[in-house]
Design a protein. Structure first.
Length: 165
């Protein structure tokens, strides 16, 4: 299994938006923080906007902001927003082929095969873990120096009234 790199890019961008607080950050500013392609990052930000995770505002002071507190946005939300909500394991029911082709109806009537069940349990655990990790959880590990550098790279300055920097 390999997730698209856009998941990583989007998650990092959301951490930066959390650090920025209620201030909008342009896609170019977000891209500068990690030296990413603004065009490619913007595609993912638009998907996050369509999923209601971020809001985009136009204009000179426009950009992207989180639509809800970072503690209410999970990595599971990010994965789902970027089109990775389909099951990772696709059972092709090979147990109904070959020597067992004549028993296909009976086999299918017996329910999911044990391999499919095991893969589904593993994926459920993985998705549950992602859903239990918020953007705020990820941002908690950032020190003040890192937060300041993020803000400078986006073109913002620390807000001395709200940022403990």
């Amino acid at each position: 299994m390999e997730l698209p790199k856009g998941v990583e890019w989007a998650a990092h961008a959301l951490v930066v938006l959390d650090v920025a607080g209620d201030r909008a950050v342009s896609s170019a500013g977000l891209a500068r923080v990690f030296d990413l392609s603004p065009t490619y990052l913007n595609k993912h930000l638009q998907k996050l906007a369509a999923a209601g995770i971020v809001i985009s505002t136009a204009g000179a002071s426009g950009g992207f902001r989180l639509t809800r507190p970072a503690g209410d946005v999970s990595l599971g939300d990010v994965v789902a927003a970027l089109g990775s909500a389909t099951p990772l394991f696709q059972c092709s029911e090979i147990r109904c082929q070959g020597a067992f082709a004549d028993q296909k109806q009976q086999i299918l009537a017996s329910g999911l095969c044990s391999i499919n069940q095991a893969m589904s349990r593993a994926e459920d655990a993985w998705r549950s873990s992602l859903s239990g990790t918020s953007i705020a959880d990820l941002a908690k590990g950032l020190d003040d120096h890192t937060r300041t550098r993020m803000l400078h790279a986006t073109g913002l300055e620390p807000d001395t009234d709200t940022d403990p920097l």
